[in-house]
Design a protein around this ligand. Structure first.
Ligand SMILES: Cc1cc2nc3c(=O)[nH]c(=O)nc-3n(C[C@H](O)[C@H](O)[C@H](O)COP(=O)(O)OP(=O)(O)OC[C@H]3O[C@@H](n4cnc5c(N)ncnc54)[C@H](O)[C@@H]3O)c2cc1C
Length: 600
């Protein structure tokens, strides 16, 4: 069992020092900017960032977290259904017991064979220890009658493998880690919006960030940076993602010359609430919920005869879209998720959050009525190209969690594997940073100072602009273009049209002005900078999707309906070269499981 020594030596009555004054002696001010010096910076206060921070702090190294929102507002807190681990607390139907190898097989098959099998095997092997480690840190899990951690069936899984805390798993996990971060006095630069990486000769030396409260640009000089900024779901309309999931980290990395990987693979979750697209967890079907169309038919039996409602998300999302397209959905485009047969007790014990959301946002009590649902954007399988150690092309720059593509999900992620990825790789990549850090020399401060001046000037220029289109009109157009042209079903003609719309929006965004000319708490300015990042990623998704002339996992081409292993059993790698998007390929790590057709 992994034991973090600091966590188990909690100093009860110590006060917590805030980041801004904790390292005051190592800060310097130049002009209106402030330069901070730290050995290790973690950008992102979600599960990945906090787990990594705890590990590094435990090694008594100088580590800080930077987050654009309070860490407990990171999207991790919204995770509902659970975290996968082959604990084997519930046997399979034939009495057999789960194993990490079966978990790995399900994950690779779920990924439509695009996941790197070495990365998958690490994640699945580490899963049971990771769940128990969280438990030892104090995380409250739901329990079976025998006291063991409860597990529920999830899509594409051969066993009930998903450990859960009712339907608030992310909430419990993030609060647990955050409490320990507080206990360990890890400084947090809260509400600091990171704008760029500073690099020199292939080496990352720091970053710049806007302190949202004052609008001041800060520079951070660091030997190592871990990017843990989460997904970019908000480039799509109809998304389950938090408003802060804009892909800043991926865009910042790409601009710094770090490649992105497999960005065309976007997960559409089958069950999001009609109207608002708030997630209705897969746990609802894991507990026995069923999908029915307008004719009252349990239609999934036609699409996945064996797994039925618990087929993987890509399969179920496509099936719902087909039902709606063929007139068996309800007007407006939805079908029903029916939980009524589970009974009030089970719904209130296992799915209390789902019930409340359905009541509050759709006026429907799942104990009495079926829930109207439709597919919506949910997860970004692609991200910053990183290996199993989180190492990227830029020395000293690491990536983990949803912003990274270590490639454990390939072309389609199984539910419950993302929370797992965040804590497993948050810890392992922190270990790699701890190992590397003594060999990394202290960077020069000048480069960071210059970068701060550049960002400062850029902000001044933005604030001086007048005219142009309204920021939110561009945001809306981007989201609708992405959902309508790069959604569940894709084809060349529609996507090419979508790409030229995105390019037009990119031209328009460079003219956008904002009415608020103040530096302090200028949310419009932050939205504009986020939009620039989102439009860059939208273009990357578009190129990747147009280029991949096959159907694999979540990427369904009506003009290329088959998987094409000859041409496309490889990762898409995107770089910016001479100011343009450049696409190339990289082989997939295979070897553990043989390639097969994917049927459920
Ligand atoms: C509604 C919902 C339910 C889910 N349920 C499950 C589930 O049950 N099981 C499962 O396995 N997965 C689930 N997922 C997926 C999973 O929750 C996420 O993939 C995972 O939590 C991402 O964690 P992370 O640490 O990578 O990033 P996040 O938790 O998204 O955190 C990102 C952090 O980066 C910071 N940040 C971003 N940009 C900047 C910037 N420019 N400057 C400074 N800071 C920045 C943010 O402030 C934040 O702290 C769910 C996702 C959603 C949307």
């Amino acid at each position: 069992m992994l034991i973090l020594k600091k966590i188990f030596q909690i100093r009860g009555d110590e006060t917590i020092t805030l980041a801004s004054n904790q390292n005051a002696e190592s800060n310097s001010t130049k002009g209106s900017s402030v330069i901070h010096h730290h050995d290790i910076l973690i950008i992102g206060g979600g599960l990945t960032g906090l787990r990594a921070a705890l590990q590094i702090s435990d090694a008594d190294l100088d580590v800080v977290v930077i987050s654009k929102v309070h860490p407990l507002r990171s999207h991790s807190v919204a995770a509902q259904g659970g975290m996968n681990a082959s604990l084997g607390n519930i046997p399979g139907e034939d009495g057999s017991i789960d194993s990490w190898e079966t978990h790995a097989y399900d994950t690779v098959k779920g990924s439509d064979y695009l996941a790197d099998q070495n990365a998958v095997s690490i994640m699945c092997r580490e899963a049971p220890t990771t769940v128990l480690e969280l438990e030892h840190m104090g995380m409250v899990w739901s329990r079976l009658d025998n006291g063991k951690i409860a597990q529920r069936p999830f899509g594409g899984a051969g066993f009930p493998r998903t450990c859960y805390a009712a339907d608030r798993t992310g909430h419990n996990a993030l609060n647990t880690l955050y409490e320990h971060v507080m206990d360990c006095n890890i400084p947090i630069y809260e509400e600091f919006f990171v704008t760029s990486l500073v690099h020199d000769n292939g080496r990352c030396v720091g970053c710049t960030a806007i302190e949202i409260m004052t609008g001041r640009v800060h520079g951070f000089v660091a030997k190592a940076i871990l990017m843990a900024t989460g997904g970019f779901g908000r480039i799509f309309s109809k998304s389950t993602n938090a408003l802060i999931n804009n892909g800043d980290g991926q865009a910042i990395a790409l601009r710094a010359g770090v490649p992105l990987k497999d960005m065309e693979f976007i997960q559409f979750h089958p069950t999001t609430l009609y109207g608002t697209n708030i997630l209705m967890s897969e746990g609802a079907r894991g507990e026995g919920g069923i999908l029915v169309n307008r004719d009252g038919e349990r239609f999934m039996k036609h699409y996945a005869p064996k797994s039925i409602d618990l087929a993987p998300r890509d399969v179920v999302a496509r099936a719902i879209e087909m039902e709606i397209a063929e007139g068996r959905g309800y007007e407006g485009g939805y079908v029903h998720l029916d939980l009524r047969h589970l009974g009030a007790d089970k719904i209130m014990e296992r799915l209390p959050g789902i019930r409340q959301i359905a009541i509050d946002f759709a006026g429907v009590d799942p104990i009495i009525d079926p829930i109207p649902i439709q597919p919506g954007q949910h997860y970004s399988m692609g991200g910053i190209d990183a290996d199993i150690n989180g190492v990227t092309l830029l020395t000293g720059f690491y990536a983990a969690g949803e912003c990274a593509c270590i490639s454990v999900h390939g072309a389609n992620r199984l539910g419950g594997n993302s929370l797992l990825e965040t804590v497993v790789f948050g810890r392992l990549i922190a270990d790699k940073i701890i190992e590397d850090i003594s060999d990394i020399p202290k960077p020069e401060v000048e480069l960071v100072e210059n970068a701060v001046q550049e960002i400062d000037t850029r902000i001044e220029q933005i604030l001086e602009r007048t005219g142009g289109k309204h920021l939110f009109i561009i945001i809306d157009s981007m989201k609708h273009t992405m959902f309508n042209k790069f959604g569940i079903f894709r084809d060349s003609q529609r996507m090419k049209g979508g790409l030229s719309e995105i390019k037009k929006l990119q031209d328009q965004v460079s003219q956008v002005s904002i009415n608020n000319k103040d530096r302090a708490v200028n949310q419009a300015l932050i939205r504009l900078l986020e939009l620039e990042n989102m439009l860059l990623l939208a273009e990357v998704v578009a190129y990747g999707a147009i280029n991949r002339e096959e159907s694999r996992g979540s990427h369904t081409r009506t003009d290329y309906p088959k998987r094409d292993d000859k041409r496309f059993l490889n990762h898409t790698i995107t770089l910016i070269q001479d100011g343009k998007i450049n696409i190339s390929n990289k082989p997939v790590n295979l070897g553990m499981f043989e390639l097969k057709e994917r049927v459920y």
